[in-house]
Design a protein around this ligand. Sequence first.
Ligand code: C2E
Ligand code: CA
Ligand code: CA
Length: 277
Amino acid sequence: KEGRGIYRIYSPEMGSNMRRYHYLLEEMRVALDTNSFTLSFQPIINVDGSAISYFEALVRWHHPAEGSIAPSEFIPIAEDSNLILKLGDWILDEACRQMAAWYNAGMSKTRISVNLSGVQLKHRSLYQWVMASLNKIGLPPSSLMLEITESSFIDLSDNTVDELNKLRNEGIIIAIDDFGTGFSSLSLLANLPVDVLKIDKLFVSQATKNTKYNKIIQSIADLSKQLDLKVVAEGIEDIEQLELLKSLGIVYIQGYLISRPQTSAHVGDKVLKQSVS
Ligand code: C2E
Ligand code: CA
Ligand code: CA
């Protein structure tokens, strides 16, 4: 796979990794057929008010024998095997279905944010694919945000950039996910259709320990203001981090301090209670 002249020494660990890979791949196919994936939802809030702004949809897999398996383990396998296309179709539809239910229950100012894999960007005609899901479910585009990692942004084709522009014109928000962890140049921000930067939790966890990270975050916040972009900081776990990020000019936050990812039933209950009180 890596080309001619490349030799790999076999080790027993490789064998067990391969077995795990094929096992999980097979089990993911079963899980898709038996509708065993679920979505969790984590709020992204504005630090100024208490109004909930967005919910990020995060896929969950509870395996009957293995228990819960982390997305960081199964998403890369799904991407490598292209099963992410089928899984990603389900995720987009399910996220839109859930958002439509919340919309109809009165949460019409909220957006659902869906993670897209680079593989989906390559193999799906993005505009048609996303609009078909929205139309089928009856969700307005203004209720959707799409998260694309910085590393996938780097090798977008011109055609995909056009499609992203068309989606933005419909009212969908585009976010760069894991911002700061890739090796993109700043011209990305000048040339690509982007509305939101999501600063990776790595930066947040370092910010209270290392003043350089602190300054990088402040620079991203300043730059975003100039470019009219919104910034979300993810992975906020304690008050110290929250206060620091606020002081650096970060407005949107996401993390365990505010809420862990939750089931749709839990989110629905909470929102209903807030609207009653
Ligand atoms: P991500 O998109 O950067 O998502 C944020 C991750 O950070 C989530 O992990 C979330 O549960 C976790 N998180 C949120 N707040 C905190 C916090 O305060 N502290 C810590 N330590 N972690 C926090 P999760 O759900 O395990 O997902 C991991 C990664 O898997 C995601 O990173 C994303 O790259 C991928 N992923 C998850 N769901 C999907 C999906 O539906 N589609 C695709 N393509 N990828 C997904
Ligand atoms: Ca994300
Ligand atoms: Ca991240």
